[in-house]
Design a binder for this molecule. Structure first.
Ligand SMILES: C[S@@+](CC[C@H](N)C(=O)[O-])C[C@H]1O[C@@H](n2cnc3c(N)ncnc32)[C@H](O)[C@@H]1O
Length: 250
């Protein structure tokens, strides 16, 4: 029998299987590895525990262990058909990296973490759509000083093309705008910030980027909000008269 096709990215060699996998999302995975390495470099030899809540074939979890200096990885996906693939791919993790695999929805996973008091230095949610319903529980799963790395593929509402859905998901709606990807990222940051503040926590934005399809934001969870942190929330204006982003004259 012939070997199933393999895909190589960074230090990882994986079977991608039949489910969702996009080689072009590599920059998002590279950033995840960089975030984990930054945590490892700054952590005074503390653990770097990573929760990959929507793991797909497990390529991120594997790269966190191989390249991100993670000491433990937990890979989860709601699709039970993914489990054999996850098991095969994560068998390539170094022996020293603790591993756990699970099959449940991210909501169930995060609720379990809350009940068991589990926290991670990096929580990665590479979601379909807008996982607004998960944000509070996923921030709860982040250790203080740890990183929350979120992807949202709901570009329609966040870029002003479905304003009702945007109000429901983000608590705010933007108009369609020349800088609509930036607006979408700002709405996503606002969603995270309001959830953190409601918990009495603060956030430091680390990176936000999009190629127009997925909107990705990484933030560091702080024990307390910084003084006047709310003042940092802001959108971008656009003057239809002169095109200025902050028009003073028209
Ligand atoms: C964007 S893909 C993940 C891709 C993967 N992180 C990568 O970099 O290749 C999203 C994954 O989430 C899973 N999924 C969808 N809804 C979910 C949910 N509610 N909880 C957990 N996993 C879910 C899907 O089965 C799918 O494998």
């Amino acid at each position: 029998m012939s070997e199933p096709p393999h895909y190589c990215e960074g230090a990882a060699l994986v079977e991608t299987g039949d489910g969702f996998f996009r080689p072009v999302s590599r920059p998002a995975r590279d950033f995840g590895v960089l975030l984990a390495r930054t945590l490892a470099a700054g952590g005074a030899e503390g653990p770097v525990r990573v929760l990959d809540g929507m793991a797909g074939c497990g390529i991120r979890a594997l790269r966190y262990g191989l390249e991100g200096a993670a000491t433990a990885v937990w890979a989860n996906d709601a699709d039970p058909n993914r489990l054999p693939l996850l098991e095969r791919n994560l068998a390539r993790l170094p022996q020293a990296v603790e591993r756990q695999l699970s099959v449940c929805t991210a909501l169930q996973l995060l609720a379990g973490c809350l009940v068991e008091g589990r926290r991670f230095e990096l929580v990665d949610l590479d979601a379909f759509g807008c996982p607004a319903d998960l944000v509070t529980l996923s921030l709860e799963a982040v250790a203080f000083g740890g990183v929350h790395y979120l992807a949202c593929t709901d570009g329609r509402s966040a870029t002003g093309h479905d304003r009702r859905a945007a109000v429901r998901r983000f608590g705010a709606a933007a108009r369609a705008h020349p800088a609509s990807w930036e607006i979408a990222l700002r709405l996503q940051l606002g969603l995270l910030a309001r959830a953190a503040w409601a918990m009495g926590r603060g956030l430091t934005p680390l990176l936000s980027f999009s190629e127009g399809r997925a909107f990705r934001t990484a933030v560091r969870l702080e024990r307390h909000p910084a003084s006047a942190e709310e003042g940092q929330l802001g959108l971008v204006a656009h003057c239809h008269g002169c095109g200025d982003r902050r028009c003073r004259a028209c």
